[in-house]
Design a protein around this ligand. Structure first.
Ligand code: T1G
Length: 701
């Protein structure tokens, strides 16, 4: 054994305990310790049964992700799992917390499994660009059947203890201490001579008649939903192997497929995304022990789409909210909107009616600012006008208790100007939610010049309460996400003048992996958004910064997108399904003609480079200005707020994977052809010249 795994015998029962904080990951020392403990138990004649359990907050949460890409060290995880399974003394795993990935695979190698009634089990490897590589694709179907195994392995979503019991993944649930429960079950194993029960030898659950259909349906579904993703098809192939190969051959095929995934760029990208999401919560220069302010009562001002979405984010987390609208009618509409959102979830079956009513109990409508006097946090989501924000913040400054956090949901206005409307700028912060706020995980936490450490730390702490991802950004037009998406959208629009059609541009970017093409996205948000801004920009932008005219031509023709039934696409009444809109091409041709552009056929690669490299170049400027702390933060924003494919790691990771010298060469070429918008970011030039990556750089480097 070693410090990560302890072994003790209690009568005839051997207790093997893993202790590798924070999540008992199966690093080399744990694997080695488990093997030694197993050998000890096998060699101890007095031992007749084994219990595997973990100390700390959770059962094993998987292989040690930090070891990926490093030279493998024996014993491998499959060896450890097979050793458990081949034990001639019955072994029970006592699961608490989350048994994930290799953790569940070790438990599946045991002969029995019991789980705390609040535990979860799952095989999330696909979220890291992998597949369960220690027998999960072969053993889970043997217990839960192909349908459930496919669902869990291809989605990577864990199931709760009740589901695990229902699908025979665990044998029994317990309450209280895993050690006591494990010993009790082991005593029963002995008393009832339960003996070893090797998962790999069970085949009954594999015999469903519709396995082949299930597998081909799942294959088609994943090809449609995640075109280009590397590991999902291999997950399916491994599970399929379980239905037609003996265990040993199935394990061999699983291992081969696992190694293919391990070596893939997508695995590197997804592991980067995993750690980047955890690193973005750390703020350089902010002491880890910075006190946070208690946030138990929240006020939201503005009952529009954003305001209601934000309110529901808190209500869903069990935090009471006072929603303020000054007009009774507007307040009534807002509360009805909240009810309608929950009712839709009840209809879909994702929320019980009882839960809906409980949540609505936490949402109170108010019409007077004085009702917010005792709230700990007030978030305004009113009209995007500095004058309107001024009125709101001046009133909040007069009404709210000392120490209340005053937050703006502004997506584009100057937070420092907003903070200056109050006598307490240190308590003002930006919380830029993304619509729909009760669904989207991302929040940009906008750090004002005077925002104090406590308020910043409190805002970041909200991410755990709300189960969102919070990223700190600095004050500038559009912060990080929107500032970059402006460049991306402008290039997508220019491409329409150069010869692209909405369908082709969207298809190229969908094929790259974007969740939605830029033109479909514009139809969703409304083509008239920014129409007035673009008109103003035409007067104010310096020379050398041409603007495309396509969007305005569509607006002038009354094509505003889904809201008007016609935009880049047309939509049947009540449908969001985009269909080609014949009105668009003539408008594109007119725009090309007015600029003397001869339309030409554009390649998909060219479309992708023009749009994605525009993101990258702007991201580099954002980094060197200190608007984002690190390139991984920019990636987290794009993966969680803009539908960038996680298996590409984010725009900055993608640039690093291409090589910054290659990216710079194309940006320089676009700069020569298209003018000032494409001026290479100095940081991109610097890192490319030094052969470095964005990931190697941070503000203090
Ligand atoms: N390996 C290494 N470090 C890990 C880790 C792991 N598997 N899981 C978490 N950490 C670190 C994390 O980086 C953070 O570090 C700290 O633990 C707390 O994590 C062969 C190959 C378990 C649900 O994908 O889902 O098994 O920031 O902030 O919110 O088939 O962590 O403190 O320095 O997320 O309470 C499969 C990944 C691996 C599970 C806990 N397993 N982890 O969530 O804490 S592949 C997973 C999680 C595999 C086999 C294959 C979550 C959690 P730091 P946290 P949390």
């Amino acid at each position: 054994m070693n410090s990560s795994v302890t072994y003790e015998r209690q009568g005839e029962i051997a207790l093997i305990t893993v202790n590798n904080p924070p999540v008992n990951a199966l690093g080399h020392s744990v694997r080695e310790g488990l093997l030694h403990a197993l050998q000890e138990a096998q060699g101890d004649a007095q031992v007749r049964a084994l219990v595997l359990l973990c100390s700390g907050r959770t059962f094993i949460a998987g292989a040690d992700i930090k070891e990926f890409g490093k030279p493998p060290q024996a014993p491998s995880l499959p060896e450890v799992v097979n050793f458990f399974e081949q034990s001639d003394k019955p072994c029970v795993a006592a699961i608490h917390g989350t048994a994930l990935g290799g953790g569940l695979e070790v438990a599946l190698g045991c002969h029995y499994r019991i789980a705390h009634h609040e535990a979860k089990v799952g095989l999330p490897e696909v979220k890291l660009g992998l597949l369960p590589g220690a027998g999960g694709t072969q053993r889970l179907p043997r217990l839960a059947g192909v349908a459930k195994a496919l669902e869990m392995i291809v989605s990577g979503t864990p199931v709760d203890a009740a589901q695990a019991l229902k699908h025979h993944i665990v044998d029994e649930l317990f309450e209280g201490d895993p050690r006591a429960a494990g010993i009790t079950f082991a005593q029963r194993m002995l008393a009832e001579s339960l003996g070893v029960r090797r998962t790999g030898e069970q085949t009954a659950a594999l015999n469903a008649a519709d396995n082949a259909t299930l597998i081909s349906v799942k294959r088609a579904e994943m090809e449609q939903r995640m075109p280009g993703a590397f590991s999902p098809p291999r997950c399916i192939a491994a599970v399929e192997a379980a239905t037609r190969l003996p265990l040993a051959e199935g394990l061999q095929l699983e291992r081969a497929l696992f190694k293919e995934c391990l070596a893939s760029e997508q695995r590197a990208a997804l592991v980067h995304a995993f750690f980047a999401e955890r690193q973005c919560g750390h703020i350089d220069g902010l002491p880890a022990q910075t006190p946070v302010r208690s946030i138990e009562r929240v006020g939201v001002i503005g009952g529009g789409t954003m305001g209601v979405g934000i309110a529901l984010s808190f209500v869903n987390a069990g935090v009471p909210v006072k929603l303020l609208e000054v007009s009774g009618q507007a307040l009534k509409r807002a509360l009805q909107r909240a009810r309608d959102i929950y009712a839709a979830s009840v209809t879909r079956g994702s929320l019980s009616r009882e839960a809906m009513e409980q949540r609505l109990e936490l949402l109170h409508g108010v019409q007077d600012y004085s009702d917010l006097a005792e709230e700990d946090l007030i978030i305004e989501a009113v009209f995007e006008s500095l004058e309107v924000k001024r009125q709101v913040f001046e009133r909040l400054d007069r009404v709210c208790k000392p120490g209340a956090i005053l937050a703006s949901n502004t997506s584009s206005l100057d937070l420092d100007a907003i903070a200056a409307f109050t006598s307490r700028p240190q308590d003002v912060v930006g919380l830029h939610f993304f619509s729909p706020a009760n669904v989207m995980r991302l929040v940009e936490v906008v750090r004002g010049r005077h925002t104090c450490a406590e308020v910043l730390a409190s805002a970041m702490g909200l991410s755990r309460t709300l189960q969102k991802v919070a990223v700190v950004v600095g004050v500038c037009d559009g912060f990080v996400g929107n500032r970059m998406i402006f460049q991306y959208g402008r290039e997508a629009e220019f491409l329409l003048e150069e010869g692209g059609t909405p369908e082709q541009v969207d298809a190229a970017l969908r094929k790259f992996g974007m969740a939605m093409g830029p033109n479909a996205m514009r139809d969703l948000s409304g083509l008239d958004i920014g129409w007035s801004i673009r008109k103003r920009q035409r007067e104010t932008l310096p020379g050398g910064y041409p603007l495309p005219t396509v969007l305005d031509k569509l607006c002038e023709a009354g094509l505003f997108g889904q809201k008007s039934g016609r935009g880049f696409y047309q939509y049947a009444p009540g449908s969001r399904q985009p269909q080609p809109n014949p009105e668009v091409l003539p408008l594109l041709e007119a725009a090309s003609r007015e600029k003397g552009i001869e339309r030409r056929v554009l390649s998909d690669d060219y479309i992708v480079e023009r749009c994605i490299f525009a993101l990258i170049n702007e991201g580099a400027k954002i980094l060197e200005e200190g608007i984002a702390q690190r390139s991984g933060d920019v990636d987290v924003i794009y993966l969680n707020g803009y539908g960038f494919p996680a298996w590409r790691g984010g725009p900055m990771f993608y640039a690093d994977s291409l090589g910054l010298d290659k990216v710079l060469a194309r940006v320089q070429e676009f700069h020569e052809r298209f003018g000032a918008w494409w001026k290479p970011a100095p940081l991109l030039e610097k890192l490319a010249a030094e052969g470095r990556r964005f990931a190697d750089w941070n503000l203090n480097s």
